[in-house]
Design a protein around this ligand. Structure first.
Ligand SMILES: Cc1cc2nc3c(=O)[nH]c(=O)nc-3n(C[C@H](O)[C@H](O)[C@H](O)COP(=O)(O)OP(=O)(O)OC[C@H]3O[C@@H](n4cnc5c(N)ncnc54)[C@H](O)[C@@H]3O)c2cc1C
Length: 594
């Protein structure tokens, strides 16, 4: 059982002033919400790396919206529902696709420049879309253009305060109501409390839980783990989408090759040169992602190969150069030419369909706690997200949240704010008295290894040894313990990610899931990383937490559907499983599809 807080709030070294809202994350969901709030409320953006580092930055293909006839929202709606394979909530999909065009107008207003062709916005098709409706920027650099402009624009508002290199650790709550955020100031190794009654979790996805992933290393599922510890509901988390076309560079890194390339005509071929998707699905290479991945896995297994081939050699070179400049450059660095070579590709963990359960206004089941973007489960994606529906979802539901918070902002009386601060103090002092979970074997040492090592040991030991040699020895041994702990954390993280890819990846079964569960239980039992002011230790605990929630849901769902495929239950079972699994720390519920 995890403790309520990974670091006891009583260890906080600094308490900030109250603000109207705290946003965790500076990707498209977090920054767009902050910008919308900025004229009405005091906002803090806490983000664990620099402001731009986010999954959003790496988005290539584009952003979906039915903006041009004959396309219309109804068609976008139908495509999204089909991709979701029976588990998309129609009200969430409806909100998403109907609001999408307005979000694109807002992006224009922010100065985002989308690609133009023939004097009009250039629209492309991706897997599962019936019309070209995906806007893109810089060819294949859509996310970079959006993130750059969001960062630039958000910095112009004095009411938004930024806390980069700050890791949100936990949401502080009392009686199911938000009181603030416990955060780690990474550079100073200091734990701090940020009081507020409104927190928006926009912390992105969980790709980093898997060994092979398209996601950057920030995607460790922190926000989902925090929400779970705060007793929020987690929905549809067994549905992890794998992207079919990922390329390994010469230095072993993974690089996504956007689906838009298949949208513009590229084929998938097996080792004999056959287009295996033809006949497998009416849309061939443009079938929804889960279907393409399933076929790829079959072909790779049957032919004993670790990859299939992406073939764009028949697409005109001049067009490729215009549309996919980043991909061409990356392949060139690796000695390949998109126009003349077949590119080896394989599937990798890409996008979490589920997450923190929200209603259509972004509310979770904790008062004052909201979620949007990839960490949220609005119900729009069901068992499989339609390509390019993710960036747009962050904008749509972030907007809804901003409306909710604006309606409340400024209405708090001084006495009410004072009351919140008093309750926060109470939580801090209560946690000082209690020994949280099995945590804190050696709280002082683990709390800040670096600062203890730097000061040459505790005041006592320095005094007893008369500084000099014994202080040096103490410092050296503290430093070496810190290095050992760091190595241990890295090694546990990499074993965990390896295990997740093998046991909880594209194909799962009861045995693989049980093994995965044992791995997590043992790792948690044998290692005590609580109360450590250490980013990697906190991320590891969050990864283990999210891993255990996925496993629980995946074991429950005894069928195969969309991005949840079980070897031991290969068929979709609408009679028993056309419903959402909702997990809380101490309960399991099933929710009908709306
Ligand atoms: C390679 C790639 C290509 C993609 N292409 C597309 C595409 O073409 N179209 C599309 O729609 N989608 C695409 N996606 C998916 C899409 O990019 C993401 O789903 C979307 O950007 C998520 O936005 P977000 O704001 O929710 O999260 P992110 O952009 O990931 O931002 C999360 C933020 O939270 C911060 N954070 C996380 N944990 C903490 C913590 N504990 N404390 C403080 N801060 C924290 C991170 O530092 C980051 O700032 C792609 C994804 C990848 C990986």
């Amino acid at each position: 059982m995890l403790p309520r807080y990974l670091i006891s709030p009583s260890f906080s070294q600094k308490k900030y002033d109250y603000c109207d809202c705290i946003i965790i994350g500076s990707g498209i969901a977090g920054l767009s919400t902050a910008i919308r709030l900025s004229e009405h409320a005091s906002v803090k953006v806490i983000t664990k790396s620099n402001l731009s580092e986010s999954t959003t930055w790496y988005a290539q293909g584009g952003i979906a919206a039915a903006i041009k006839k004959p396309d219309e929202w109804k068609s976008h709606y139908e495509d999204t529902i089909i991709a979701g394979q029976g588990l998309s909530d129609s009200n969430a999909v409806s909100k998403l696709v109907k609001t999408a065009p307005k979000m694109i107008e807002d992006l224009f207003e922010l100065g985002i420049i989308f690609d133009i062709s023939g004097g009009e916005i250039s629209l492309t098709t991706e897997g599962g879309h019936s019309f070209p409706r995906v806007l893109h920027a810089g060819g294949d650099a859509t996310g970079e253009e959006i993130e750059k402009k969001l960062v630039k624009y958000s910095k112009t508002f004095s009411k938004i305060k930024f806390f980069p290199e700050y890791l949100a650790v936990d949401i502080v709550t009392f009686k199911n109501r938000v009181l603030g955020v416990l955060a780690l100031n990474i550079s100073e190794n200091a734990v701090e409390i940020h009081p507020t009654e409104n927190v928006v979790i926009a912390s992105g996805g969980i790709g980093w839980l898997f060994e092979l992933t398209t996601n950057p290393s920030i995607s460790t599922g922190d926000g989902i783990a925090m929400a779970y510890r705060a007793k929020a509901s987690i929905k549809d988390i067994e549905f992890m989408q794998f992207h079919p076309t990922v390329f390994k560079t010469n230095d072993g890194k993974l690089f996504l090759i956007t689906e838009a390339l298949r949208g513009e005509g590229a084929y998938l071929r097996d080792k004999n040169g056959n287009r295996f998707m033809v006949g497998a699905h009416p849309k061939a290479e443009l079938a929804p992602r889960d279907i393409v991945v399933k076929e790829m896995v079959k072909v790779m297994k049957d032919q004993g190969i670790a990859n299939v081939y992406l073939d764009a050699t028949h697409v005109p070179e001049s067009f490729l150069k215009l549309r996919f400049p980043n991909i061409i450059a990356k392949l060139k660095d690796n000695g390949l030419n998109l126009h003349t070579d077949l590119i080896k590709v394989f599937p990798a963990a890409h996008y979490l369909n589920g997450g923190i359960r929200t209603d259509l206004k972004g509310n979770t089941d904790i008062r004052g706690l909201y979620a949007c973007g990839e960490c949220a489960a609005t119900g729009a994606h069901g068992a499989n997200r339609l390509a390019s529906n993710s960036l747009i979802e962050g904008l749509v539901f972030g907007w809804e949240i901003s409306k909710e918070i604006i309606a409340k902002a400024g209405k708090r009386s001084d006495a009410e704010v004072e009351n919140t601060l008093k309750q926060l103090e109470k939580i801090i002092s209560e946690n000082a008295k209690s020994n949280i979970g099995n945590a804190g074997k050696d709280i002082a040492a683990s709390f800040s290894n670096a600062s203890i090592a730097a000061s040459g040991g505790t005041g006592d030991s320095a005094g007893a040894g008369g500084a000099g040699q014994s202080a040096d020895v103490a410092a050296a041994s503290q430093a070496s313990a810190a290095v050992d702990k760091e190595k241990l954390i890295e090694s546990l993280m990499s074993s965990f990610r390896h295990m997740m890819s093998h046991n909880v990846g594209i194909l799962r079964d009861d045995k693989s899931l049980k093994e995965a569960q044992d791995f997590i239980v043992q790792t948690l039992e044998n290692n005590d990383f609580y109360n450590m002011a250490d980013k990697r230790a906190i991320e590891l605990l969050n990864m283990l937490t999210v891993g255990s929630i996925i496993i629980k849901a995946a074991m429950l769902r005894k069928e195969s559907r969309g991005t949840h495929q079980r070897n031991d239950y290969p068929l979709t079972d609408d009679k028993n499983w056309k419903k959402h699994i909702i997990l809380k720390e101490d309960s399991v519920e099933f929710e009908p599809v709306k």
